[in-house]
Design a protein around this ligand. Structure first.
Ligand code: PGA
Length: 272
């Protein structure tokens, strides 16, 4: 696991967008795994700016989103389908049919999960998977206690996760669905590269546990310590509880000087 620390969420977003654009420019038919939530919004904003300025284009790219709420049709404004259209898909030149998000309103949810997993396999697996992290350590909607060995499956959402996401539902937790379809930890760990983003001090405690703590299903993101190519981008607030020996080797931009491009291996060094 490698670690980079930036001044603020906007700088994390610019760096993440730069990494995604570089992955596309290196392999124009790359398969991206995408995430939703508040955290990646600055990444998608920066990625759209890179697209608008001609630095990247998406005509060969395939995408798979991590998750979707059960019961929401894809045209529901609260669905992750709608989120992705709003923040990325409508702004770039992905080909029709190239973007995949689980169908939360499928009649047969088990079959939808199996088909989603099969579609990822048929695309050759995920090249670069973007991840956020819940305050309880979830990745995708793999909540604490989730099995390590699960592919895409239906999950019950924890109360805290529903509360954390209520702001997308007008602040009304009762409107947040109780279940979701999510890629499993197995699906996520099979991605060739992982890019986890965490910003703000509400994520500092869980990042300390995920990066420095024991690898345990109690903190699903801790499994990233075992992935051969996982990069974590934090802002200074989310990194504030990390031990000095962890952050000493991280690329640290205390002042936002715009996106920094470490030459391979020059600034990045293992955090664990
Ligand atoms: P957030 O959600 O970016 O809205 O904090 C992250 C997550 O739950 O994975």
């Amino acid at each position: 696991m490698e670690l980079e620390i930036y001044a603020d969420a906007a700088a994390v977003g610019r760096r993440a967008a730069e990494i995604i654009a570089e992955a596309i420019n290196t392999k124009p038919d790359v398969t991206l795994g995408l995430a939703t939530g508040r955290t990646p919004i600055s990444t998608y904003d920066a990625l759209v700016r890179l697209y608008d300025s001609g630095k990247v284009e998406f005509s060969g790219v395939t995408t798979f989103n991590l998750d979707e709420y059960v019961s929401l049709p894809s045209d529901d404004p609260h669905s992750y389908h709608a989120y992705m259209r709003e923040h990325l898909f409508q702004h770039v030149n992905l080909l029709p049919g190239a973007a995949h998000t689980p169908q939360g309103d499928a009649d047969d949810l088990e079959r939808e999960c199996a088909q989603y997993e099969a579609a990822i396999d048929a695309a050759g697996g995920i090249g670069l998977q973007l991840l956020g992290i819940g305050r309880n350590g979830h990745i995708g909607f793999n909540e604490p206690g989730a099995g390590w060995n699960l592919p895409t499956h239906v999950v019950e959402l924890k109360e805290g996760t529903r509360r954390a996401n209520a702001n997308f539902f007008g602040g009304d937790v009762a409107r947040v669905p109780t279940r979701a379809i999510s890629m499993g930890i197995l699906t996520i760990m099979h991605a060739h590269r992982l890019l986890l983003l965490a910003t703000g001090d509400t994520k500092s405690a869980i990042m300390q546990r995920a990066i420095e703590g024991a690898i345990s299903p109690d903190v699903p993101a801790s499994i990233l310590q075992l992935h051969p190519d996982a990069l974590v981008l934090l802002d200074t607030a989310a990194a504030s509880r990390l031990h000095a020996t962890t952050t000493a080797h991280a690329l640290r931009l205390a002042v936002d000087a715009g996106p920094a491009i470490p030459r391979s291996g020059e600034h990045r060094s293992p955090a664990t």
